[in-house]
Design a protein around this ligand. Structure first.
Ligand SMILES: [Zn+2]
Length: 449
């Protein structure tokens, strides 16, 4: 078709709508196809009472965004449709426009186009720029795509009789740590089952109230951080499910609250000693003594800075430490008894999570807590007293070696989700997006109609 030829004739029909004219603006940037309804009232029935006697009450015109035929030319479809009035009940209703999207003033073709761009991971703002469709409509379209993919995934899982056995719950930050959400994952499929706003107990309670508990009737174990009160709700709503405390949260907490605290205490001791020595040698007049004190001062300062810089070496798994760092660490541990004790307790803690026999685990964990409490190291004693209350959930890790690690991996997907839906205020949309991103890709790219 030669555009803008004054004698170009077109004839397009879509059911009762006929188009034989188009308008092109003088810059050739916008084209509008004009469709008019040719329907007569014979086949129309009242939408409300079903009566088949209706009359054309009025004509309306609406403009729909369409997918363009030519690159760089925005395309619209102007549709003039009838408004009918029922001769029986008197109600007025619109004639159907078969090619209009049900939720937005765009054509179904344009909706498909936007959907395919969104499915391939383009962000809302880019799709809006390309298609000319506003954000609100795009979010609606996207939500529809996601809901239908999630529904068909759920239908499939139900059809094959699948039921989750291992779950994990954790919180994650939505807006730079200001806003939190709680997330429940099926650990076998890696799919997020539920996302809820907030991270308080009341927020997590919604999961048990909203979610289909029948689908979760075969759950054996639930992995969680022991610091949140997730366990209380699981005990309340799923009394037969074993609670498993997450090893990574526990190890991280031990690193921060025991190793970190003891290391800094030891470091501070060297710093104080160095300052004391400095004071002495400033007033010392005997050259040999002065030299020796200066030497001592340097030693203490060196030990101080070694401890200050050893954070990573102490936290990391001993086997993964490079040779040079290893010998530096050994030297530090040799000279600092408390730190050496805590370090050995850390290595043992990691080992306890590798035990697979529940009886062996019970004995080993009990021994670990006893040793910790007898150490006399206040940070370690405090930690042991607090965690010992969670003994059962630590032992159950032997039988169900699950963790919330897979949920941590979700953080990257959440970053991508933020990029796609950035600026969108509706949590419902964002949470659907997070769930949608964890279902298999064949559901993500499936046709929606
Ligand atoms: Zn009627």
């Amino acid at each position: 078709m030669l555009l803008a030829h004054n004698n170009t004739k077109i004839q397009i029909a879509c059911q009762q709508y006929i188009c034989n004219e188009f308008e092109l603006n003088s810059f050739k940037t916008v084209i509008k196809f004009v469709f008019r309804s040719q329907n007569n009232t014979e086949k129309e029935c009242c939408k409300y009472c079903g009566n088949n006697e209706v009359e054309v009450h009025d004509n309306y015109t609406t403009e729909l965004i369409d997918m363009p035929i030519w690159v760089g030319i925005r395309q619209f479809i102007s549709v003039t449709f009838h408004k009918y009035k029922c001769l029986s009940c008197g109600k007025v209703f619109n004639e159907d426009i078969c090619f209009k999207d049900p939720d937005a003033r765009i054509t179904t073709r344009a909706a498909d186009w936007a959907q395919s761009l969104l499915k391939h991971g383009l962000c809302i703002s880019s799709v809006s720029e390309i298609t000319g469709i506003n954000w609100k409509a795009l979010n609606l379209i996207h939500k529809r795509v996601m809901d239908s993919a999630l529904e068909s995934r759920a239908r499939y899982l139900k059809a094959i009789g699948y039921k989750p056995q291992y779950l994990a719950v954790d919180e994650f930050a939505i807006h730079k740590g200001q806003k939190y959400a709680t997330c429940v994952m099926d650990l076998e499929t890696g799919e997020v089952l539920w996302v809820g706003k907030g991270r308080a107990t009341a927020d997590f309670r919604k999961f048990f109230e909203e979610y289909d508990m029948d689908y979760l009737s075969e759950v054996k174990a639930f992995a969680m951080d022991m610091n949140a009160s997730y366990n209380k709700l699981v005990e309340e709503y799923m009394p037969d499910v074993e609670i498993v405390y997450d090893r990574y949260h526990m190890q991280a907490q031990f690193g921060k609250e025991v190793l970190g605290v003891v290391r800094l205490e030891e470091a501070r001791r060297h710093k104080d000693r160095a300052e004391d020595i400095k004071e002495l040698y400033d007033y010392e007049t005997e050259p040999e003594l002065k030299r020796r004190q200066k030497q001592n001062y340097k030693e203490e300062r060196k030990k101080y800075s070694m401890l200050k810089s050893s954070r990573w070496s102490i936290l990391i798994n001993g086997d993964k430490l490079p040779e040079q760092k290893r010998s530096a660490l050994d030297k530090i541990l040799e000279e600092h008894n408390d730190l050496a004790v805590c370090y050995a307790m850390k290595e043992e803690l990691c080992r306890l999570f590798d035990i697979r026999d529940p009886e062996e685990a019970r004995i080993a964990w009990t021994a670990w807590f006893e040793a910790a409490k007898e150490s006399g190291i206040s940070a370690l004693v405090r930690f042991a007293n607090l965690k010992e209350k969670r003994l059962e959930g630590l032992i159950s890790h032997a039988l169900h070696p699950i963790s919330t690690g897979k949920l941590e991996g979700l953080n990257n997907k959440i970053k991508v989700a933020k990029r796609i839906g950035y600026g969108y205020r509706d949590d419902e949309y964002f949470f659907t997006l997070v769930r949608y991103m964890t279902i298999p890709s064949n559901y993500v790219l499936m046709p929606t109609r």
